[in-house]
Design a binder for this molecule. Structure first.
Ligand code: HEC
Ligand code: HEC
Length: 209
């Protein structure tokens, strides 16, 4: 357990600091126009098929962009629509754009209160009987993530998008998670768990942590 945590920590250290050039948010604001049709001018996309990027950590964004671009780790029909749109951008352009979206503030959705309450309990406490850890331990009580450690922000994200990702970890089609940590957790989640926790996240304000 301890050893796994240390190895994961080392992996994140490398991923978060060593892998990509740091971006310039001012330059990124101008370059982000190509992303805005899907992700919104400020990283708050208008439809759940497109994840919100506002407030998302830049190192996490860069890792996902590379996975989508190389079709390695999260290839799917929706992700495929992004690939031609970023074909003419350099890694520095992408780093600048990610840095820009990281400075923006995510909007929040109106979550169904009953479903969100079920999701809140799982998010905050996990379920020891089923070996499900609390989500707050990595993603934070307000869903802001740990941006330096490359734990993504989840608060305010569209429920349909979070659901799709949790199912993709569960069925093994998304393999971007270091040490398989989200695949291990998602394999213990039922459909009802996934729906409830995703609903809760959609209404969780990132400022709350
Ligand atoms: C044609 C629409 C489209 C355009 C344009 C587009 N994307 Fe995407 N993007 C998507 C879709 C769809 C996904 C979700 C893929 C999935 O479900 O696996 C995504 C996912 C992402 C993710 C992963 C988010 C997460 O929470 O894991 C990042 C980061 C991202 N896009 C960045 C960008 C950037 C930067 C640009 C502009 C340079 C861009 N995208 C342009 C459609 C688009
Ligand atoms: C041990 C740390 C850890 C725990 C505990 C954890 N996560 Fe994660 N989660 C991660 C990491 C790291 C990623 C990014 C993995 C990747 O790059 O694909 C992630 C990704 C996600 C994503 C995809 C985000 C996106 O933008 O695509 C969702 C949704 C998610 N987690 C939900 C949960 C839920 C719900 C729980 C609790 C049941 C949970 N996580 C518990 C570390 C954790």
């Amino acid at each position: 357990m301890m050893r796994a945590a240390i190895v994961a920590g080392m992996a994140f250290g490398l991923l978060a600091t060593g892998a990509f050039a740091s971006g310039d948010p001012e330059a990124g604001k101008l370059k982000a126009a190509v992303c805005s049709a899907c992700h919104g001018a400020d990283g708050n996309s208008v439809a759940p098929i497109w994840p919100k990027l506002a407030g998302q950590g830049a190192p996490y964004q860069m890792r996902q962009i590379m996975a989508i671009r190389s079709e390695h780790g999260r290839a799917n029909p929706e992700a495929a629509t992004m690939i031609p749109m970023i074909a003419n951008l350099s890694d520095q352009d992408l780093a600048d754009i990610s840095a820009f979206f990281a400075t923006q503030v995510s909007t929040v959705e109106a979550a169904d209160p009953d479903l969100a309450e079920t999701g809140r309990r799982l998010y905050q406490a996990g379920d020891a009987a089923r070996n499900i850890p609390s989500c707050t331990s990595c993603h934070g009580p307000g869903g802001r993530g740990n941006l330096l450690a490359a734990f993504p922000a989840l608060g305010g994200q569209f429920a349909a998008y979070s659901e799709k990702q949790l199912r993709a970890y569960r069925d093994g089609s998304r393999t971007t998670d270091p040490a398989g940590m989200m695949r291990a957790i998602a394999s213990r989640l039922t459909d009802a768990d996934i729906e409830a926790v995703s609903e809760y996240l959609s209404g969780l304000h990132q400022a709350g942590s």
